[in-house]
Design a protein around this ligand. Structure first.
Ligand code: ADP
Ligand code: MG
Ligand code: MG
Length: 886
């Protein structure tokens, strides 16, 4: 069979279909589909994307067979329309429209009214009996063609039009006469000749091929190339070209053009939403030259402008009918374009409409109820990342806001509060019931308690992976980081925005962590809504997924949030945050500063009841769901004070010299703490620390089992294991404590001891490690750092450049590097299972909340992913998508 390049549509017949988007582009495929289902579509044809591909393969030459096919298709259009392209007496005019598979800004704009010249315009006057209309169409064509096909600077011709209006003393285009437009056409053409040195093409055939060539040419223009790169669209997709007979919305007051959504794209409500303009052509509706009118009165409260329902009731009723047909046919919300010529309605485009997250959910759930789609389709209709919008309070879109600065959208949500500049103040103010925003130049681990107490965090320095950003995301707390627009002055307790606004301690501000905006005053927010349609959809989600979802949580409060979001356990409870707590830090420092075992044990004995209390709180909130607790991980020096004043304070309370403390800090200093004395290495050198923690965990569990009838299986996790020997020693220590506590309480309690896999050596020797480990949890943050040999805290200087220039497809700390780090994870799973077939496998790095990474985890057969509480629904949905598409 010979290759076919051109696909005709018209009069109920079409050679294309909506499932031929790859070949015909989105616009062409849907024009064909609408034609076949009997909707009124002006006839035309689509030149396929294969022509685009061949065009570039053959040095910008068309396939030889193309011209004849275009002629033949044009013939069919002419026959249906009873007009001839280029005919002086009864000319056919067409539009030339680009249309790739995915809608793509950067492609050539549509050219309307093509086929006009000084001769054919006479034919249009004869057809329409309207000289003004004919010359208006003509000048629009010359303007558009010069701009999008010939590359003429748009402003030059626009300026000439303005001059003309001035000269005639009028304000509106509509006030110009046929003679004015006729004269302008001549002036336009002369100017084009002067500016470009080429004649404006008068021959309709030349015009047509010029426009077709411009569409294909625009596939490789810089704007389109950049857009494709940003959106991962392959260059070999190519674009299609649609040539379609013109219908006119600008032939008088019984004509109009408009756009509509079959349901409200921002709320999802099931009502017909759209705008139109009487006596207008094409892009006039969106160009903002005239204010468009609503198509109906449903949501239009002020009602100043007459609606289409009122002005053109017949066409409106027909459009309502088409709305129903389209939704039944496409089984999705449609975004449509239409034109009315002399009281007759024509459809010019339909596609699945873009929508907000709340709308996506509402539409999916309601369409299931209406019997249009099944639950599986509904679940697949909502993109996991879209949910992020819903899981945090957001600003009331109707509220007024005064933006004074913009930083990085580090952690989503919207919050208001009084400005404070230190973590201690944040905590103190929060205790009195005030809502505060912690503003820092940057944050450090010492600020954790203040970050916890604050509604939100604003930092002047640091990137998306800065301390503030990472910790805030983990807490599900709103954060704007790296806001270079503000200057923070701790001494005067103020910050100054670039525009000069000075914000003092106690002033109200609002942060939008989803956009990075900082606003003056308290802007009202809309709370999170987890019931209703959202709850219904998530119920279906849980029915489809096979992988479990847990949360990373360190406090009873976060654990409750996690459970409310549907977490099925805790995959990572970091115990160091409990050490940083302001009330405990003194005892922690005492422990670190003691040179003798005895002193350390004394200090640990003070911390132990507090840790036990934390664990009781968390176990209680989790109601018997699994909880994985990681023993202490960070290097000890992180717990010691840095500022002179704090060191002096500590010396005083501990009754030691400032020199002694400084000496200890120096002693503990590490050149590369990330690879230093941390994790299980602390457990090996100071076994009493882990012993205390294990005891606290086990006593907490035993107490709940004994006194409150809980069933709990604590999972004790040992971090940063590199060799099985480390785990052997530490497991033995831990098990001894466990058995001792169980015996002491006289209860029956099972427990698991397992490890993080976060070093390449651990992954490579997973078969050996699984002899000891009863579970693996992949710490993919550290595993990414150590596999790439790249420090997350220092990567900000070059990682963005790597991503921009395509050396890395994505930030590997955001989306798991599947071919490198992922390979290690996969290998470790296989190896681990060979030794211990029922080993529990999970992931607890930040990747646990990234949809692409979740899909990967499903594919390699992990039992669960664990992520920050606020991303639990995202992970649940991603896991369902993975299960449904595998
Ligand atoms: P875009 O991809 O930017 O939406 P289109 O190809 O849809 O561009 O064209 C933009 C507008 O031009 C359409 O919404 C429609 O109003 C108008 N238009 C395109 N083709 C025709 C036609 N054959 N007859 C009348 N108007 C048309
Ligand atoms: Mg369009
Ligand atoms: Mg780690």
């Amino acid at each position: 069979m010979t290759q076919k390049y051109v696909y005709f549509f018209g009069d109920g017949q079409a050679e294309g279909r909506s499932d031929m988007k790859n070949l015909l582009g989105g616009k062409g495929a849907n024009l064909a589909e609408m034609t076949s289902i009997g909707l009124p579509v002006p006839p035309g044809f689509t030149i396929s994307t294969e022509v685009c591909t061949e065009f570039y393969k053959n040095d910008r030459n068309y396939p030889p067979a193309l011209a004849a096919e275009v002629v033949a298709a044009l013939r069919r259009v002419e026959e249906l329309m009873g007009r001839k392209f280029g005919d002086p007496a009864n000319p056919l005019l067409v539009s030339v429209r680009s249309g790739a598979r995915a809608s793509m800004p950067g492609m050539m704009d549509t050219v309307l009214n093509l086929g006009l010249n000084d001769t054919t315009v006479q034919g249009i006057i004869a057809q329409s009996g309207d000289e003004r209309f004919a010359y208006d169409a003509y000048r629009r064509f010359v303007q558009m063609y010069a701009d999008v096909v010939m590359g003429m600077e748009k402003e030059i011709l626009d300026h000439l039009l303005e001059q003309k209006k001035e000269q005639r003393g009028v304000h509106l285009d509509t006030d110009l006469t046929a003679a004015d437009w006729k004269e302008l056409v001549g002036v336009f053409k002369a100017t084009i000749k002067k500016e470009l040195g080429t004649e404006f093409p008068d021959d309709p055939q030349a015009q047509l091929w010029g426009a077709i060539g411009a569409v294909f040419g625009s596939w490789m223009n810089q704007r389109a190339i950049t857009y494709r790169k940003l959106n991962n669209i392959p260059a070999d997709w190519g674009t299609a070209v649609n040539v379609q007979s013109m219908v006119f919305g600008n032939m008088g007051n019984d004509c109009a053009t408009g756009v509509a959504f079959t349901r409200d794209p921002s709320t999802g409500e099931n009502y017909f939403f759209g705008e139109f303009l009487v006596n207008a052509q094409g892009e006039d509706v969106v160009a903002g030259i005239r204010t468009p009118q609503p198509i109906n009165r449903v949501k239009d409260k002020d009602g100043k402008l007459p609606s289409m329902e009122e002005v053109m009731p017949d066409c409106y009723q027909q459009l309502v009918q088409i709305r129903g047909i389209l939704e039944k046919h496409y089984k999705d919300m449609q975004d449509i374009e239409f034109t009315i010529e002399k009281g007759i309605l024509y459809m010019l485009q339909t596609r699945n409409g873009k929508r907000t997250a709340p709308a996506a959910i509402k539409i999916a759930v309601e369409m299931v109820r209406e019997g249009l789609i099944d639950e599986k389709t509904a679940v697949l209709r909502v993109a996991p990342n879209q949910l992020d919008q819903l899981l945090h309070p957001c600003l009331d879109p109707k509220a007024e806001k005064l933006v004074i600065a913009k930083g990085l959208p580090a952690s989503p949500g919207a919050v208001s509060g009084e400005v404070v500049f230190t973590a201690d103040e944040a905590e103190a103010e929060a205790k009195t019931g005030r809502k505060v925003i912690l503003v820092r130049i940057e944050t450090s681990p010492e600020d954790i308690h203040g970050m916890h107490a604050a509604q939100g965090i604003l930092t002047a320095r640091g990137g998306m992976t800065s301390h503030a950003a990472v910790v805030a995301r983990g807490m599900g707390k709103c954060c704007v980081a790296g806001c270079g627009d503000i200057k923070v002055d701790y001494v005067t307790e103020t910050f100054t925005a670039k525009n000069g606004v000075v914000v003092k301690r106690g002033d109200l501000i609002t942060l939008n962590g989803s956009s990075g905006e900082v606003m003056l005053g308290a802007v009202p927010t809309i709370p999170v809504q987890l019931t209703g349609d959202f709850g219904t959809l998530m119920g279906w989600v849980d029915g489809f997924r096979t992988m479990k979802v847990r949360a990373n949580s360190d406090t009873p409060h976060d654990s409750k949030v996690a459970r409310d979001f549907g977490a099925e356990g805790i995959g990572l409870c970091r115990t160091e945050h409990m050490f940083f707590d302001a009330e405990r830090i003194a005892a922690v420092r005492e422990m670190i500063l003691s040179d003798e075992l005895e002193g350390r044990e004394r200090a640990l004995a003070k911390i132990m009841p507090m840790q036990k209390g934390d664990f009781i709180g968390i176990f209680r909130e989790m109601k018997g769901l699994p909880v994985t607790i990681r023993l202490l991980d960070p290097p000890l020096h992180e717990f010691l004070p840095q500022e002179d004043r704090d060191i002096e304070d500590l010396a005083k309370t501990m009754g030691v010299s400032v020199g002694a403390i400084k000496h200890k800090i120096e002693f503990l200093h590490e050149f590369n703490p990330m690879l230093g004395h941390r994790g299980c290495r602390l457990g090996i050198t100071f076994p009493e620390i882990y012993d205390m923690q294990v005891r606290a965990i086990m006593e907490a569990a035993c107490e709940l089992v004994r006194d409150e009838g809980f069933t709990i299986v604590p999972e004790i996790m040992i971090p940063l294991i590199a060799t099985v020997k480390e785990l052997q020693v530490l497991k033995q220590n831990a098990a001894a404590v466990c058995e001792e506590v169980i015996a002491q309480y006289g209860v029956k309690l099972e427990y698991l001891i397992g490890t993080m896999i976060e070093l390449p050596r651990a992954a490579l020797t997973a078969d050996e490690i699984a002899v000891e480990a009863e579970f693996f949890s992949f710490g993919t943050n550290d595993l990414t750092q150590t596999t790439f040999g790249l420090s997350r805290d220092d990567a900000g200087k070059f990682l963005p450049f790597y991503v921009d220039s395509g050396i890395l497809p994505e930030d590997p700390f955001v989306s798991l590097d599947q071919s490198g780090v992922g390979k290690l994870v996969k290998l470790a799973c296989q190896q681990g299972r060979t030794t211990r077939s029922d080993i529990k496998l999970g992931i607890c790095g930040e990747h646990g909340g990234d949809p692409a990474s979740v899909m990967f985890c499903h594919e390699i057969g992990l039992d669960y992913v664990s992520c920050s509480p606020f991303r639990v629904p995202i992970a649940r949905l991603a896991a369902a998508h993975a299960a449904l598409s595998s």
